[in-house]
Write a protein that binds this ligand. Structure first.
Ligand code: NAD
Length: 281
């Protein structure tokens, strides 16, 4: 079995949504550990910027324009990566977007858009690359979920929470199926991280309050998450929360899911929105 230190050395990685935020930090960390990375993003300028940053640090990277809502675009990104680097060892499905609002105010088209981007985008890339990984009996698939899919708190962004719960369920089932066949699966489950993610969130309900995962969590920097994920991948970890403190929250949930949900209802009624702590705030 390969050593943890060599998990990324001379590996070829393709990261969808690697241009900015968490995805950028992840591919930068992989490149720092010796991987060649293809950064596939709908924002080609951001992908190019990240690629140039990696190259300036002595790493190997290329930038590709890709849209994970299109099967053809995903296939083209895979083909371009293979043409430049060879077989893809690591696939990251990191694209995600959210919206805010009460469920009765959110049009069905928006529920479908979020599902298509956050969940089906991952399914598209996984199913496109899987035959090749299975034939080679090796590979590592990384899907990005969220605390919002892990336990109930995101009442103001239900399409997002449901899509991320689907990414977690998919990743767990993929691990059951693929790990015995030599293919590793890791599901990155970030808590709150400083990116432009929330700033670009649209709201469908006027003054709809945003609820957070709990005030016991700190807002993390993307680079910290990149290190957590890379270490966990090398260690063969399947579910990878950005912050281990979440296991304590899940223990509370597991003791009595009903009591946990009712506790959240009471918290919100008292005006406790569960917002995370911003360091140095
Ligand atoms: P971000 O908006 O900074 O990054 C998302 C990236 O995806 C961007 O580079 C964007 O250009 C790209 N993208 C968007 N639509 C695309 C498409 N159709 N095809 C290809 N690329 C596309 O956000 P982030 O905070 O870095 O989020 C990354 C992931 O982490 C998301 O899945 C998000 O749901 C998840 N997450 C973020 C947080 C947080 O607090 N920031 C918390 C939990 C989970």
């Amino acid at each position: 079995m390969e050593s943890a230190a060599r998990h990324f050395q001379d590996k070829n990685a393709l990261g969808f949504g690697g241009g900015k935020g968490i995805g950028k930090a992840v591919v930068v960390e992989w490149a720092r550990r010796g991987a060649r990375v293809a950064i596939a993003d709908i924002d080609l300028a951001a992908a190019r910027e990240t690629s140039a940053e990696i190259v300036s640090l002595g790493g190997c990277a290329i930038a590709l324009e890709a849209d994970v809502t299109s099967e053809a675009s995903i296939s083209a990104a895979i083909a371009e990566t293979e043409a430049v680097f060879g077989d893809i060892d690591i696939l990251m499905n990191n694209v995600g977007a959210a919206l805010n609002g009460n469920p009765e105010d959110i049009p069905l088209s928006e529920w479908m858009r979020i599902t298509d981007l956050n969940y089906l985008g991952t399914v598209r890339a996984v199913t496109a690359l899987l035959p090749k990984m299975l034939a080679r009996g090796t590979g590592h698939i990384v899907n990005t979920a969220s605390f919002a899919g892990l336990y109930p708190y995101a009442a103001s962004r239900m399409p997002y929470a449901a899509s991320k719960a689907a990414v977690i369920a998919l990743s767990e089932s993929l691990a059951l199926y693929l790990e015995p066949q030599g293919i590793r699966v890791s599901c990155l489950i970030p808590g709150p991280v400083v990116t432009d993610f929330m700033a670009s969130m649209t709201s469908w309900t006027k003054d709809c309050p945003i609820r957070g995962p709990g005030s016991e969590f700190k807002v993390m920097m993307p680079a910290e998450v990149g290190v957590v994920l890379a270490d966990a991948m090398a260690a063969g970890q399947i579910l990878v929360p950005s912050d281990d403190a979440v296991w304590k929250t899940l223990e509370q949930w597991a003791k009595s899911p009903d009591r946990f949900i009712k506790g959240k209802i009471d918290d919100f009624a008292r005006g406790e929105a569960g917002m995370p702590v911003i360091a140095n705030a």
